[in-house]
Each structure stands twice: as structure tokens, then as C-alpha cells.
Design a protein around this ligand. Structure first.
Ligand code: IFM
Length: 433
């Protein structure tokens, strides 16, 4: 059976930031830094999903999907990150999981979608090797509480973003700009993933466990050897740095050499990181265009703006064929047992006109990417499901509420939800499948 679903994440939709015993995550802290998030937005209220989850589950059911991929806010269930469980937080996810199951929807939680408890950041966060243990203990606790009803688990979502955007470029929480710390964080995120796989399996052998990696294929407009090198470096930095350890138990040599930094690998780490997973969660949004640049740091390439290409409201190139090629390549490079597309979608400047949102560009993006995915599937890539990003408009990290990815529009003043044309398209496509 092919699984159709929708995805969200805790900090982006829940709100209720200071309710029910939840403590700050690094995103609460980061959002308070002047200028860190567009318009000074934060996730205090977001989509108020914490209070409106029943309505949101009804919308998920109305869409006709099989599964709901959400994330658990670590600081809601273990507010200081380690130690005492917060029963009120657990109760919220019990209600969410039960509510999904009552509606015939399979819950697919991710354990970590970037919202590290601030108390753990104060102890060094992902730069501290202990964070891998804290994460594994948290994973174990979540399995103890939910694995009687939850079978499908994603450990970590897009370690690329946590590691590089959060610790190298500082454009996401915790806002650090340091290559060595970013490398440490990347290794600890991956190690935490491996330990969490073991912890989840220890509690429930029936678990179906994966990690979600985002892949951004690169091309160049140049024809020089240097530009080809730029493509290779971009691919190594974005894609192979995270895929190779999980599926090949090693970091890509060319990038290790180019970084010329210490990687905090201890004996046995790579075996733990490459603990076999049941599936790869794959996120795809766009392809990038790069050129060689000897002065760029940490690697000798830079992003260039390809002319005359279609772009989303994020400025990301729309290129569905790349999705097909990527899926074929990932299958051939890594041979994952199964692939679930855990995110794919696009942001546009949606407008409500006479109570409707005719988001024809999102419909077109969705249609072309679904076709592209099925093209890869028909060539033998073991794609078992597709989750659209996102169920509803939400807090788009450093862009705040300015960028809308939802199939369902959210009026942030009233919290009214309005299905966009893309929601009707998705519903119809699922029905016909
Ligand atoms: O909103 C994000 C999500 O949290 C992670 N993947 C990419 C999405 C769009 O930027």
C-alpha cells in the first residue's frame, strides 16, 4: 500500500509556548534575538494547534490521507531535556495520537525537528557529545509512552539544517557561526540518530524507523573543471555529508579533506550511525546552481542565480525532473530498504479572494512533483509514501509567517483554516490513486 500523508512540525504549528509545563526550546530563545526572525515573529501562538488539534485532525481526515507526520516538542514532554517527564505534555501527544487513530490516520512522529530544549543548549547542545545520550534517553521515553500505538518513527529531521544553518551560518537556532562547532553538531546529531534507533528498537521491535535527510542536487552553468568541482563540493556538503555516514558508515573523504578540521569520531561511532534503518525519509524542494569560488568558505563554491528559471516564493528553483533523478541516484548510491518522501512542497504569495485561495502555482508544483516521484517509482525506486509539506501554513523559521507552505491557509488573526485549491487537488489525486 502506498502511504499518502501530510507533514508539520511542533514549533512551527503548536503555539502554547508557555503552557502545560513546556519550557523554552532554542527556537524560543532564537526568536527573541532582534533581527533573527523576519518581522520579529515567533512560535508563541503559531497555528494554535495545541488547542485546535481536533479541528486539524478533522482537516487531515477530510483530505483523505492515510498518515500524519508531526514532531514531538522535546521541551514539552521533558521540559529540561533530561530527567522528569511532564505528564501534561505526554497527555497532549496521547490526545493527538489517539485522535489520529480514531479518525483512521496513522501517526508518524519525528522526535527532533530542530527544537532542542534550551536547558540542553545551556549545557552545550549538539556541540556536547552528551547530547547524543540525552537524545537517546528521550527517544527511549517516547517509545515507552507511545509505541503501543505508534509504529513509525523518524529520529531526526534534516540534520543538515540543524548542523549547518544553526551552527555554521547562524541563520537558525541556536545561531552559532563556527565551522568546528558545526562539524561537531553534525556528528553528534547523526550519532544521536543511531543511538535513538537502538533505543526505539529496545522498547519495541515492531518499530519502523528512519531518519529524514533533505537532499539538494547541484548543477553548474560553467564548463570548467573548477565548476565541476563546485558541484561535487556542494553535493558533498549538502547531501553526502549526511547520507554517507548513515548508509556507508563514513564521511565523504573529499569534504573531510576540504574542511581540514577535526571530526569528533570515537571508536564505534560510525557503526552506531549506520545502524540499519527501515526507511529513508527523503525531503526534496529544489535544485541549486553553483560556481567555483576560491574565496568562499568553508568550501570553494558559491550559489549563483540561474537566469530564466521558475522560482517559488522562497526564490527556490522549481525543477521536478531533478526529483526523479535524485530518487534514482539515492536508491543506487544507498539502497535504502524503503523511501518515504517526508516533505515536499512550495511557498507562494497566497491571496484570499472572496474567501478562496486559488493557489494554481502550488497545484502545478505538487502535480509535477508527484508525477516526478511516480516516474522514479516506476523505474524501481522503492518509494512507499509521500507526505506533503505542509498541512497548514505555519512559522517558516527565520522567515516567520511571511512564507506560506500550507495546503490549508491559516488566517493568523482569527486562526481560521481555509483549504486552498491545492488541498482540493491533493484530496482528489489521492482519491483517484
Ligand atoms: O518548513 C520547513 C521544514 O521545517 C523543514 N523542511 C523545509 C520546510 C520548508 O522550508
Amino acid at each position: 500500500m502506498f502511504t499518502w500523508g501530510v507533514s508539520t512540525s511542533s514549533y512551527q504549528i503548536e503555539g502554547a509556548a508557555r503552557e502545560g509545563g513546556r519550557r523554552d526550546s532554542i527556537w524560543d530563545t532564537f526568536s527573541r534575538i532582534p533581527g533573527a526572525v523576519a518581522n520579529g515573529d515567533n512560535g508563541d501562538i503559531a497555528c494554535d494547534h495545541y488547542h485546535r488539534y481536533e479541528q486539524d485532525l478533522d482537516l487531515i481526515k477530510w483530505l483523505g490521507v492515510d498518515a500524519y507526520h508531526f514532531s514531538i516538542a522535546w521541551s514539552r514532554v521533558i521540559p529540561t531535556g533530561t530527567g522528569a517527564i511532564n505528564k501534561t505534555g505526554i497527555d497532549f501527544y496521547n490526545r493527538l495520537i489517539d485522535g489520529a487513530l480514531e479518525r483512521g490516520i496513522t501517526p508518524w512522529p519525528t522526535l527532533y525537528h530542530w527544537d532542542l530544549p534550551q536547558d540542553l543548549q545551556d549545557r552545550g547542545g549538539w556541540n556536547n557529545r552528551d547530547c547524543t545520550k540525552w537524545f537517546a534517553e528521550y527517544a527511549y521515553q517516547m517509545a515507552e509512552h507511545f509505541s503501543d500505538r505508534v509504529k513509525n518513527w523518524v529520529t531526526i529531521n534534516e540534520p543538515f539544517c540543524s548542523a549547518w544553518l544553526g551552527h555554521l551560518y547562524g541563520v537558525m537556532a541556536p545561531g552559532i557561526k563556527d565551522l568546528q562547532i558545526a562539524i561537531n553538531a553534525s556528528h553528534h546529531l547523526l550519532l544521536g540518530h543511531g543511538l535513538a534507533v537502538k533505543a526505539l528498537r529496545e522498547v519495541s521491535q515492531e518499530s519502523n524507523i528512519g531518519i529524514t535527510l533533505n537532499f539538494t542536487p547541484a548543477i553548474t552553468l560553467g564548463s570548467s573543471d573548477e565548476d565541476q568541482l563546485a558541484v561535487k563540493l556542494a553535493d558533498g556538503f549538502d547531501n553526502r555529508w549526511f547520507g554517507d555516514p548513515v548508509f556507508k558508515a563514513s564521511y565523504p573523504k573529499d569534504i573531510v579533506e576540504a574542511f581540514n578540521k577535526e571530526i569528533p569520531i570515537q571508536s564505534g561511532d560510525m557503526e552506531i550511525i549506520s545502524t540499519p534503518v527501515d526507511f529513508l525519509g527523503l525531503n526534496y524542494y529544489f535544485r541549486q546552481t553553483v560556481a567555483y569560488d576560491a574565496n568562499s568558505k568553508p568550501l570553494s563554491y558559491k550559489q549563483v542565480t540561474a537566469p530564466n528559471v521558475e522560482r517559488t516564493g522562497m526564490g527556490w528553483e522549481v525543477h521536478a525532473e531533478t526529483f526523479t533523478d535524485l530518487l534514482i541516484r539515492i536508491n543506487s548510491d544507498y539502497s535504502p530498504k524503503e523511501i518515504f518522501i517526508t516533505e515536499n512542497g512550495s511557498a507562494w504569495d497566497d491571496e484570499v479572494v472572496d474567501g478562496e485561495i486559488l493557489d494554481t502555482k502550488r497545484v502545478s508544483y505538487l502535480e509535477r512533483h508527484l508525477d516526478a516521484m511516480f516516474a522514479a517509482k516506476s523505474k524501481g525506486v522503492p518509494i512507499k509514501g509521500y507526505f506533503a509539506w505542509s498541512l497548514i501554513d505555519n512559522f517558516e523559521w527565520a522567515y516567520g509567517y511571511a512564507k506560506r507552505f500550507g495546503l490549508i491557509y491559516v488566517d493568523y488573526k482569527t486562526q481560521k483554516r481555509i483549504p486552498k485549491s491545492s488541498a482540493y487537488y491533493y484530496k482528489d489525486r489521492i482519491q483517484k490513486s
